[in-house]
Design a protein around this ligand. Sequence first.
Ligand SMILES: Nc1nc2c(ncn2[C@@H]2O[C@H](COP(=O)(O)OP(=O)(O)OP(=O)(O)O)[C@@H](O)[C@H]2O)c(=O)[nH]1
Ligand SMILES: [Mg+2]
Length: 275
Amino acid sequence: MKTLIIIPTYNEYDNLRPLLDQISTYAPASDILIVDDSSPDGTGRLADEISAENRQVYVMHRAGKLGLGTAYIAGFKYAVEHQYDAAFEMDADFSHDPCYLPDFLTAIESADLVIGSRYVDGGGTPNWSPLRRFISGGGNIFARFMLGIPIHDCTAGFRCYRRDVLESIDLDTIESQGYAFQVELAYRVYKRNFKIVETPIIFKDRRVGKSKMSRAIFLEGFTWVIRARFGRASHEHKVASLPVEHMTASLPNADSPLPERSEGELAEFPSGAQK
Ligand SMILES: Nc1nc2c(ncn2[C@@H]2O[C@H](COP(=O)(O)OP(=O)(O)OP(=O)(O)O)[C@@H](O)[C@H]2O)c(=O)[nH]1
Ligand SMILES: [Mg+2]
């Protein structure tokens, strides 16, 4: 399977080279696309240097900080144009440990979307404060029940999509950026009846560099869920009206399919889930 790992970067100079080294250990056959938004710290220049040394590394430069969501959309379009079978979303800061890449590569063989989940058996956020756990875990429970999607970690940003999933989503209609971007994509994939699998990951705090997440991005996530739930998220009316006949989301280690659901019905979740 021909795979592309998309890594958006903004000021990730110190992380980039060690990250790419580790990726080539765990997923040596995958190509890598770095989408850099003119990082002031020279990440883009470093990416060009690495790309000149390594034929599997490609770089897309954008004019300024245009946001995580549009960086991924640009990467997805690249993956579709270049006929990759599957494309990953992965952060540059080591929160998404490359050691999990083989699990994703195995799972995507029989799934349409694989999500690296903190909230299934074997996953977790061991370094987080209780407050941060509450916000992330609570946000996920909120999104899951408001939208009726049987995904335990719908804000997760470590994912692998098959190309036909990306082709079926009208990428130009996605406007959200941060957590909302991840929730919106998961929602659209689910609504289209694709098979979603969650694979456990231990999420670590970024190694070096600064977070780009803000209160505004958190609020965007919250308001997007409310708007989608009550039918005011621009594109979702059309999407939500597509038939949802059967969809199985399973944990690879538990092999426990979730029940079928109909529109508006909340699903039951496997007991192994952690909140
Ligand atoms: N190209 C691009 N990349 C971005 C942008 N904002 C963030 N990123 C990258 O997206 C990834 C996730 O951003 P982070 O700042 O780590 O956000 P986070 O993981 O929610 O926050 P922390 O938990 O504090 O690390 C990192 O690889 C960033 O460099 C952006 O506007 N453009
Ligand atoms: Mg991060």
